[in-house]
Design a protein around this ligand. Structure first.
Ligand code: HEM
Length: 506
């Protein structure tokens, strides 16, 4: 038995050390610089993240975020043979965000490849540049304006759906908000109506569940170097679950792409509607891609990677923002009252009329609330880069080839920039307070060349949905904000969902 164990350990040791042996010279340079930084104790083969192994879902995120409290604003860790430097101070992260060279994603994004492939979020290099150039026009403000109708219609649909919870006490809402999030992104970005919230689409629900499950298993790979080995991972129970999810996601994506392709073929290409002023109207990002593909080399696989990317980018973060906005306002009746006062003023002509993009632009207080939600709950808590060039930070050289982990969560809870960082206070986003802060102290959508393409879409969408619900309902949250525990599944979310009570306003 001891002999078998020894053989297994030696074999695993060799496999874990193999990447290092292959790139000895580069590796020596990286280690030289990295090991000058403070960091957790290092063990042969497994590295220095042993403390994260085996942590429960609800403890992993906090343990990761707390490392900066122990190790300072800049430290290194070894994930097996993978060196990672961790940062969060705005003065430090700006060096990366301002760079046009250090724009490649970190190694951890490879865990997303089975789902997102080389789409905009996980991709790097020349392909990323081409995709970004093709896709950016689909987020032009004229097109966003045309999505306003869908946001308003879905907001009204959500407000109507929520009637069933009136007077029912506290109910869990994240599941329903996920469904509406998915309905919105498929209708705007893909041009397909699903009707998942109304219960018209069981495949859509299965799809959303597969995405959630994929994200849950994927994040466990970051904390466990053994799961870094693809061949080993795919033979584990979590690896098999990951494969099952990808197959559900793939079939659903194909259904969306083929439906839209047939439509485009039938009309002989993209027919961009224009309004009376000659402005482009509703053109989905998928139609733009499919139309581009008709006369340019663009593989079917690339189209599917971007469909997955936009479904991911588009619904999960938005749903999380909506959910946590209900939690925050449900804990703070004084802020809820100010939001409702603003909405009553905007809709004083007709309280239940359709929300327009012009109305959304007038919701200044709600805007501050949503920004504070993005700061406080920080749904994308960590982002990663792989350096193409050395950078100098705080007297340290971080060498090319190293991976960087930027903690947006620690950045948004830095007491140097946000006094009492765990207190929810929308007035932090009053223009005079923003002007006093470091320009990189609030970056929920990242910043620089790899910033979020959907940020304006997300802000308008969330504000329109919140307006439709809050002008009709008062909301209370069962959990106190300080008691909510989060799990990290790329996106941060409350472990046990969120329970809110809705009462119609008098
Ligand atoms: C509250 C909502 C959202 C938040 C907090 C958010 C946050 C982020 C962050 C932090 C990144 C950088 C990720 C990284 O570097 O690893 C990102 C990238 C991206 N997001 Fe969002 N996002 C949101 C909504 C959306 C929406 C609605 C869409 C699409 C409709 C979208 C599409 C994308 C895309 C395509 C990228 C990759 C951009 C690139 O690298 O070229 N996001 N997002």
């Amino acid at each position: 038995m001891d002999f078998v164990l020894a053989v297994v350990v030696c074999f695993l040791g060799l496999v874990l050390a193999l990447p290092v042996l292959k790139r000895r010279k580069t590796f020596r340079r990286i280690s030289y610089y990295i090991d000058q930084l403070p960091g957790d104790k290092w063990y042969p083969l497994v590295g220095s993240v042993v403390s994260l192994w085996g942590l429960k879902r609800e403890d992993l995120f906090q343990a990761m975020a707390n490392r900066h409290l122990r190790l300072g604003p800049i430290f290194r860790n070894w994930y097996g043979s993978l060196p990672v430097v961790h940062l969060y101070k705005p003065e430090h992260v700006q060096v990366v965000f301002k760079s046009n060279t250090n724009i490649n994603k970190g190694v951890f994004y490879k865990y997303l490849f089975p789902w997102l492939g080389q789409g905009l979020i996980s991709g790097s290099g020349p392909k990323w540049r081409v995709h970004r150039k093709i896709i950016t026009p689909s987020f032009h403000f004229n097109i966003l304006d045309s999505y306003g109708e869908i946001f308003a219609e879905k907001g009204a649909c959500l407000a109507k759906y929520l009637q069933r919870f009136e007077g029912k006490g506290f109910v869990e809402i994240t599941g329903d908000l996920t469904k509406i999030g998915l309905d919105i992104i498929t209708e705007t970005a893909m041009g397909i109506k699903l009707g998942i919230l109304e219960g018209n689409n069981t495949e859509g629900v299965e799809y959303a569940n597969a995405i959630m499950s994929f994200l849950q298993v994927t994040y466990r790979r970051v904390a466990n170097p053994l799961y870094n080995l693809d061949w080993l991972f795919k033979h584990t129970a979590v690896g098999r679950e990951s494969e099952r999810c990808c197959s559900v996601i793939h079939s659903f994506n194909q259904h969306i792409i083929q439906t839209r392709k047939r439509l485009l073929e039938a009309q002989g290409g993209l027919a961009v509607e224009e309004d009376e002023l000659g402005r482009k109207k509703k053109v989905s990002f998928l139609d733009l891609l499919l139309n581009y593909q008709r006369s340019n080399p663009f593989a079917d696989e690339e189209v599917e990677d971007e469909v997955s990317t936009f479904m991911f980018g588009g619904f999960d973060t938005t749903t999380a923002t909506l959910t946590c906005a209900f939690a925050a306002l449900g804990n703070h009746p004084e802020y809820l009252a100010r939001v409702q006062e603003e909405l009553d003023e905007i809709f004083s002509d007709e309280p239940t009329r359709k929300v327009t993009p012009q109305d959304v632009a007038r919701m200044e207080y709600l805007d501050r609330v949503v920004r504070e939600v993005l700061r406080c709950f920080c749904f994308v808590p960590f982002i990663y880069r792989n350096l193409d060039e050395d950078i100098a930070i705080d007297g340290y050289t971080i060498p090319r080839g190293a991976n960087l982990s930027i903690s947006l969560y620690n950045l948004h809870h830095d007491p140097d920039h946000y006094p009492e960082p765990f207190k929810f206070d929308p007035d932090r986003f009053l223009p005079e307070n923003c002007a006093k802060r470091h320009p990189y102290a609030f970056v929920p959508f990242s910043a620089g060349p790899r910033n979020c393409l959907g940020q304006k879409f997300a802000m308008r969408n969330v504000k329109a949905l919140l307006a439709c619900v809050l002008r009709e309902y008062n909301v209370k949250c069962q959990q106190r904000l300080e008691d909510i525990k989060y799990t990290i599944e790329i996106v941060l979310r409350p472990v046990n969902g969120l329970h809110v009570a809705l009462e119609r306003r008098k």
